[in-house]
Design a protein around this ligand. Structure first.
Ligand SMILES: Nc1ccn([C@@H]2O[C@H](COP(=O)(O)OP(=O)(O)OP(=O)(O)O)[C@@H](O)[C@H]2O)c(=O)n1
Ligand SMILES: C[C@](O)(CO)[C@H](O)COP(=O)(O)O
Length: 250
């Protein structure tokens, strides 16, 4: 059989799960974090657009605040989003991990690659999204974008009571440390197995895959993929959007 007569492999289809069900306690009082606005547009819509900007992403599953699924559906309907992308909204859970699991449970068959992306990282550039997808396509079961650290990090003995001093235990070699972002990308079956297997609460999905004994691959992250966590992050996000408007000439 000549090469030309071989059936071409089925194209890999990518879905994104966007956990957006957090309250945003560290941001202070107000609406759930994902529904707060940046330059007049809800943070969640920025995040959805950032993922849907990748031509590889054909489905986005938004995990809404538990009592906010109807509001999130209305927001998606009210904002311009690419026609090539399908959208689903499901209510989230008590923890990020539970919310991601609820998003995974809602995924229809037919998507071999799954991205998990925080709504709280609304400004991730599409090149970062595509780099994660590409690394999964090349065979990595799990991929995380990450950056080197700007600060020296100390390991401490946590204070026994509030206000107690925290003695330093160690200074890890910074050259071996990375600050991990999202979207994190996975072979779908691996991510589902990780969520079925790991029961302890963890802060990212890749660490669940590490617990399966599989290798997680790092690709370069991006400064603009920072997480909006505290009030000053809102100032930075507005500044990034203003710079983009300037660069786009409007
Ligand atoms: N029960 C939860 C908690 C968090 N998240 C989502 O997980 C992402 C990362 O979480 P984080 O930034 O910690 O958000 P919050 O939990 O909202 O923040 P905080 O801890 O300050 O309350 C966010 O997009 C958030 O909406 C979620 O879907 N479900
Ligand atoms: C997934 C994550 O954004 C990677 O940096 C991070 O772990 C989320 O942590 P948080 O405690 O929910 O902010």
């Amino acid at each position: 059989m000549s090469d030309d007569s071989r059936p071409s492999p089925a194209p890999t289809r990518t879905a994104a799960v966007i956990p957006a069900a957090g309250r945003g306690v560290r941001l202070g009082p107000g609406a759930p974090k994902a529904l707060r606005t940046l330059s007049g547009t809800p943070m969640l819509i920025h995040a959805v657009r950032a993922l849907a900007a990748s031509r590889a992403v054909s489905l986005v599953v938004v995990v809404a605040p538990p009592d906010g699924a109807a509001e999130v559906k209305s927001l998606l309907d009210a904002h311009a989003l690419p026609d090539r992308t399908d959208f689903l909204v499901v209510p989230g859970g008590e923890s990020r991990q539970e919310s991601v699991k609820l998003g995974l449970d809602a995924l229809p068959p037919g998507h071999d690659i799954v991205l998990v992306h925080d709504a709280a990282r609304p400004l991730v550039p599409v090149d970062t999204v595509d780099a994660v997808i590409e690394a999964v396509r090349e065979g990595a079961p799990a991929v995380v974008p990450a950056l080197p650290l700007a600060d020296t990090v100390k390991e401490v003995e946590p204070a026994a009571a509030p206000g107690d001093p925290e003695p330093v235990v160690a200074t890890p070699d910074r050259a071996r440390l990375r600050a991990v972002q999202t979207p994190q990308g996975f072979d779908r079956a691996t991510l589902i197995r990780a969520h079925e297997t790991v029961t302890e609460n963890v802060t990212d999905d890749a660490s669940m895959v590490e617990q399966l004994g599989l290798t997680v691959v790092v690709v370069p992250g991006h400064e603009e993929a920072f997480k909006v966590t505290r009030p000053l992050d809102l100032v930075l996000a507005e500044a990034v959007l203003a710079r983009r408007r300037l660069n786009d000439g409007f």
